[in-house]
Design a protein around this ligand. Sequence first.
Ligand code: NAD
Ligand code: LMR
Length: 329
Amino acid sequence: MAVRVLVTGAAGQIGYALVPMIARGAMLGPNQPVILHMLDIPPAAGALNGVKMELIDAAFPLLKGVVATTDVVEACSGVNIAIMVGGFPRKEGMERKDVMSKNVSIYKAQASALEQHAAPDCKVLVVANPANTNALILKEFAPSIPAKNITCLTRLDHNRALGQISERLNVQVSDVKNVIIWGNHSSTQYPDVNHATVITKDGEKPVRELIADDKWLNGEFITTVQQRGAAIIKARKLSSALSAASSACDHIHDWVLGTPKGTWVSMGVYSDGAYDIQPGLIYSFPVTCENGEWSIVQGLKIDEFSRGKMNATANELAEEKSLAYSCLA
Ligand SMILES: NC(=O)c1ccc[n+]([C@@H]2O[C@H](COP(=O)([O-])OP(=O)(O)OC[C@H]3O[C@@H](n4cnc5c(N)ncnc54)[C@H](O)[C@@H]3O)[C@@H](O)[C@H]2O)c1
Ligand SMILES: O=C(O)C[C@H](O)C(=O)O
């Protein structure tokens, strides 16, 4: 049976990169038919229809239908997966929370449409910034959607961290695993390599041992990953799109189909107090996925340096939460 996948903001630049990936099977596998639901706002209706025309023209064998609409109820009806990209991107010189007032109100409004019209077990991924706080607002205004079904994208940061390690060691990115992004999809996020390894011909080796440069790992590596979104905006004059779309596919792919044995990924999920992170935030944790459910990797040793950084990004999320509520008041 076809899976119905909603992409909001589908006429935008991430949407344009993402919908063909979904239609080709990159998200749900090469044997899973899909029906795409694409939502955008009325001024973008013409462009949205153009994306629909291109999807038809591409003759994707897995694509069993396309709904292109500016009606949020029609867009949300019966969807099994919702990828929430709709909103405004930041421009050069802005922090992601600077788009807060414009974007959180969208998430409050769309929460009830999802709650009332999506399939009851719908899995939600929020991409639009500030991603963690938009996801939290969506969760709070859709109380009947189980909290475990609402997540935000930090897989892009996770993949960026893998990419930086692979470049530095000159190894295949697919041989690097188990980095962690803790916290907010913002410049306070903490990319942690303390448990990361590389598969070598002599077995799995710790990244710290192979790189043997703690100054780089505790300094430039962290700031490069934290600032990568800003670096892309500076270079492209537009925010990341192909890497964001590809990482969104990775996020849903692994959530639905599972993570490989011995490997974890980073997802922004509702905190249950794990690692002493206050409940009530959408915070990025290391997770494994099985049978369509994620679970936080437990019991990792946290040193003092990591603790400070994990708390700092949690504090920023708590501040964003109050700011979001003041924007909605
Ligand atoms: N979490 C991440 O890793 C990550 C990565 C890249 C970008 N982003 C964020 O994703 C969002 C989209 O980025 P983009 O580059 O595609 O932006 P874009 O401006 O190209 O596209 C956004 C689309 O959303 C639409 N939109 C606006 N309000 C809407 C609403 N109420 N309902 C439905 N659609 C609506 C716009 O018309 C536009 O077509 C931004 O907030 C950006 O900052 C997040
Ligand atoms: O940085 C941005 O504003 C876009 C996105 O969140 C990114 O990380 O590339």
